[in-house]
Design a protein around this ligand. Structure first.
Ligand SMILES: [Fe+2]
Length: 270
């Protein structure tokens, strides 16, 4: 009798372990698409922007094929990447990650800012060399901004890279739809208080969706905000500006997500 029970218990444990492994695989590898619709009287024809962040060197299939396919299906006019393309400490994958941006840039213009991991890696120069060799439409916004025309609409996109704010006054006097890319979601309403600048849209990452998203509790931990973070995902509005926070795609020192699948965001401005 005891032997039968032991065999049953063993089987149950095997099932539980398989379930946990599968669940962790899904939580970390099945891409989730999130779409936000934003209306603006500065826009005549609707524009689709894909917002990516925090890849941390992760690969979704060989050559990131699965991720690229997912993004292409969204048919964006532009793609933005808000920092931490590579990881400073593990799975750095510089070449593969830059190739990923390069492939995207053949499909739509890519606007990229660096996050803390780009600056923290001891291979910073190697990363910059690869980025500077990219042959596509990849723009590294290093505290500067670009005016672009999409379907007749005027956009200005500024990349806040560390604290270079020299061009901010010029940027703020632009008349089109203004977008700021900033790695840190907590800078919107606190710290730099970007929401006070009266720009239309601020796109951020860094928070990794709180790493674990537990029912009722929400996001558990985000770098820069600690436990119980306030700005870890979603869309919020402050002073008339809208912030969209990406939960990101990969992981850093803490190696897995729970209830927090890798996210590709599409923002439709209309
Ligand atoms: Fe990150």
């Amino acid at each position: 009798m005891k032997k039968i029970n032991r065999a049953k218990n063993k089987k149950l444990w095997v099932v539980i372990i398989i379930f946990i492994c599968f669940y962790l695989y899904v939580s970390n590898n099945w891409i989730q698409n999130t779409r936000y619709n934003i209306s603006s009287d500065k826009i005549d024809k609707s524009i689709r922007i894909v917002h990516l962040s925090d890849l941390h060197g992760k690969q979704f299939g060989k050559g990131n094929r699965r991720l690229i396919k997912n993004i292409m299906k969204e048919e964006p006019e532009i793609i933005v990447f808000t920092g931490d393309l590579i990881d400073a400490y593990r799975n750095t994958n510089i070449k593969e990650s830059v190739q990923f941006l390069e492939q995207l840039s053949h499909f739509a213009p890519v606007y990229y800012i660096r996050g803390n991991h780009e600056y923290n890696t001891s291979r910073y120069q190697e990363l910059m060399n690869y980025l500077n060799e990219v042959q596509g439409d990849l723009y590294i916004l290093d505290g500067g901004y670009q005016n672009i025309k999409l379907k007749g609409n005027n956009f200005s996109i500024l990349g806040l890279d560390r604290s270079k704010k020299g061009v901010m006054d010029n940027f703020l006097s632009e008349k089109g739809y203004k977008i700021i890319l900033n790695h840190y979601s907590e800078n919107f309403s606190e710290n730099d208080n970007l929401s006070r600048l009266n720009v239309d849209l601020v796109l951020t990452g860094h928070a990794h969706g709180g790493q674990w998203r537990l029912p009722i509790v929400g996001g558990v931990y985000s770098p820069g905000q600690g436990f119980n973070p306030k700005y870890y995902q979603g869309i919020n509005e402050d002073n008339g500006s809208i912030q969209v926070i990406s939960r990101g795609l990969g992981n850093s020192i803490f190696p897995f997500r729970i209830c927090n699948r890798p996210e590709v965001i599409t923002i439709i401005i209309e």
